[in-house]
Design a protein around this ligand. Structure first.
Ligand code: C2E
Ligand code: CA
Ligand code: CA
Ligand code: CA
Length: 279
């Protein structure tokens, strides 16, 4: 009947409205997240298979709000990008990550690389390089201990500008990593034309590396291709020992995933690195 149709429409409307409400709530949370100290960083260690040690860690953003609880980047990063708040939040995490790695260097861990995700919104700002330079100066972190992670879609949406910006950053000694490799559009084009030091193979390839012959061959092909271009390869989302073994056999350089470590709060990572004086 007509009534049922109307009810359905109303229901649909309510769902949309709820989503809009949540989005505007999150936008408000983002606006005050830094001032209210609701934003924080977790660090996920990266393990170098050949050197058999941790060689770096990725900074990942988290937000905890009294009303909304724990928020994850998959939900709030797109909203931060749309509202423009990513510029401020992105600068905040960069400074935080550089400060933390400087602290590690001062404690004797001088060869660790901290990786920070960069949004296309940040990369397309004219003063992005200046911001990075200022952060390195303020924190005292050597440029070679900082890596910026960009995705193929970042490179697409910031267009020709991106290549120039990334080249300047590389000249400063900062490392550039191509994130989520294999999920974008014209991967091979970016490999040859962009200034890149590291390639992060997306976890979708790692997922089926043991069960799907095609994925295994793609993974092995990506590793060989990257090595032929003098790039280091990080495999993302490694969860099982069998995956690690296949990656090792294929000469993957570094792994990042739950098998080695989940993302950790800074003090937990510090505790893991530092021997307990009471032991
Ligand atoms: P990403 O850059 O690909 O980061 C890796 C994601 O995989 C992280 O999710 C991490 O927690 C998760 N992960 C790590 N190991 C495993 C594993 O073994 N299995 C599985 N299933 N997942 C694993 P997270 O922290 O939720 O971040 C999601 C995405 O949000 C990131 O993907 C990145 O694109 C974005 N993001 C996070 N922090 C920032 C930030 O500060 N700025 C920007 N622009 N984006 C960020
Ligand atoms: Ca990343
Ligand atoms: Ca990734
Ligand atoms: Ca990503």
């Amino acid at each position: 009947s007509k009534d049922t149709g109307k009810n359905k429409y109303t229901l649909f409307d309510v769902t949309m409205e709820e989503e809009l409400n949540r989005n505007s709530l999150i936008t408000e949370v983002l606006r005050h997240a830094i001032a209210n100290e609701e934003v924080y960083v977790v660090y996920q260690p990266q393990y170098n298979i050949r050197k058999e040690k941790m060689t770096g860690f990725e900074a990942l953003m988290r937000i905890r709000n009294p009303k909304l609880g724990e928020l994850y980047p998959q939900e709030f990063i797109p909203i931060a990008e749309e509202s423009g708040m990513i510029t401020e939040l992105g600068e905040w995490i960069l400074r935080e990550a550089c400060l933390f790695n400087k602290k590690l260097i001062d404690s004797g861990f001088d060869s660790l690389t901290v990786s920070v995700n960069i949004s296309s919104v940040q990369l397309s700002k004219a003063n992005f390089i200046e911001i990075i330079q200022n952060i390195l100066e303020e924190t005292g972190l050597p440029a070679g201990n900082l890596e910026l992670e960009v995705t193929e879609s970042t490179l697409v949406s910031s267009l020709s500008n991106a290549s120039v910006q990334l080249s300047s950053l590389q000249e400063l000694g900062i490392l550039i990593s191509l994130d989520d490799f294999g999920t974008g559009y014209s991967s091979l084009n970016y490999l040859t034309n962009m200034p890149i030091d590291t390639l992060k193979m997306d976890k979708s390839f790692v997922n089926n590396i043991c069960s799907n012959e095609k994925d295994a061959r793609i993974a092995s092909g990506i590793i060989n291709l990257a090595h032929s271009m003098k790039l280091e390869v990080i495999a993302e989302g490694v969860e099982r020992i069998e995956q690690l073994e296949v990656l090792r056999k294929n000469r993957c350089d570094i792994i990042q995933g739950y098998i080695y470590s989940k993302p950790l709060l800074p003090h937990i990572l510090l505790e893991t690195l530092m021997p307990d004086p009471a032991d």
